[in-house]
Design a protein around this ligand. Structure first.
Ligand code: TXA
Ligand code: MG
Length: 301
């Protein structure tokens, strides 16, 4: 069953049922060693799922739940290894979407859910995306409209001495730091534009190439001339570009995050074989957007 959350649509199953969880991995084509996030109906349920709830976890849960943040904690005994990918830790979050919260309240337990897409591809932010991506592999899709955040949750590991951000997402680093009162290390904040070492994920069919913002127009023109069907993420400061298809990147990072996965799908649909984009400034939601674009541009198998 697929359901909406504020970040992306999830493909859900009873987090305590190894057989149901196995069906998620099959539907996604995802390796079983990849752990899932357990969705719960409220922060007060956290002690049911984690073996130990440190003070930092309590503080973050209180501040950001329901919301786009998942906490990694020591695994409670009721969580099977199928759900945690064999790990002794479990990721938990309370989604901020009325349909998801109603589903969780009615079910009463925890719902293990990855994003409802094929492994490695672009996450779905509408019910139509889920249908297009998973088709008959999913029994039914609860349609809650387009996701309001548009990028996945921020994953914070609170099992160590210092909390660590494992994946930037809908709750910004600045928001976390304001609550914690100290600064956090976040992976992938270097200014290297095309690191190349990240295997592709969140990736459309078209190859994604990242260039400096001021080179987008020139690079798109050159690629178009050399016979590519070029899709362009045109930065806000530019008016026009010679390309097969163009997405105008919104000024607001919240709007950009909300639209990001839809843009990638749209350029695929228009038959582009190459997407030229640049990274936004890596502050606020720009950090998560840049992370996803880098992964989309990573080397393919
Ligand atoms: O916004 C979201 O988090 C969405 C919606 C549906 O809630 N879900 C989502 O799930 O993005 P998924 O499976 O696509 O990504 C979950 C990420 C994976 O990168 C996984 O490795 C990480 O969470 N993760 C899960 N459990 C973990 C654990 N115990 N330790 C470290 N990472 C974990
Ligand atoms: Mg995913």
């Amino acid at each position: 069953m697929a359901f909406p959350t504020e970040t992306v649509y999830g493909l859900g199953a009873n987090a305590e049922d190894p057989v149901a969880v196995a069906r998620i991995f099959a539907a996604k084509g995802r390796p079983p060693s990849h752990p899932l996030i357990v969705h719960i109906g409220g922060a007060e349920q956290l002690p049911d799922w984690a073996d130990e709830v440190p003070e930092t976890a309590r503080l973050l849960a209180e501040s950001f739940w329901p919301g786009p943040m998942a906490l990694v904690l020591r695994r409670g005994r009721r969580v099977p290894y199928e759900t945690t990918g064999g790990l002794e830790t479990v990721a938990v979050r309370v989604p901020d979407h009325p349909v998801a919260l109603e589903l969780l309240a009615a079910f009463g337990g925890g719902v293990a859910a990855p994003s409802a897409n094929r492994f490695g591809s672009v996450s779905p932010t509408t019910a139509d995306h889920v249908r297009a991506e998973l088709g008959d592999a999913v029994d039914f899709v609860l349609d809650g409209g387009p996701c309001q955040v548009g990028v996945e949750s921020t994953i914070v590991d609170v099992t160590g001495d210092v909390p660590a951000v494992l994946r930037p997402g809908g709750v910004t680093r600045e928001d976390l730091e304001a609550v914690l009162g100290f600064s956090l290390a976040v992976p992938e904040t270097s200014h290297v534009r095309v690191p190349g070492q990240h295997p592709s994920h969140y990736a459309p069919r078209a190859r994604v190439v990242l260039v400096e913002p001021e080179k987008v127009v020139v690079e798109a023109g050159l690629a178009q001339e050399s016979g590519h069907r070029v899709g362009v993420f045109l930065p806000p400061d530019f008016d026009s570009v010679d390309a097969h298809a163009v997405v105008r990147v919104p000024e607001s990072m919240a709007a950009y995050a909300r639209g990001l996965y839809g843009y990638l799908r749209e350029l695929d649909q228009q038959g582009c074989d190459l997407i030229i984009a640049s990274l936004p400034v890596e502050a606020g939601l720009g950090l998560a957007i840049a992370n996803r674009l880098r992964r989309a541009a990573g080397p393919r198998d």
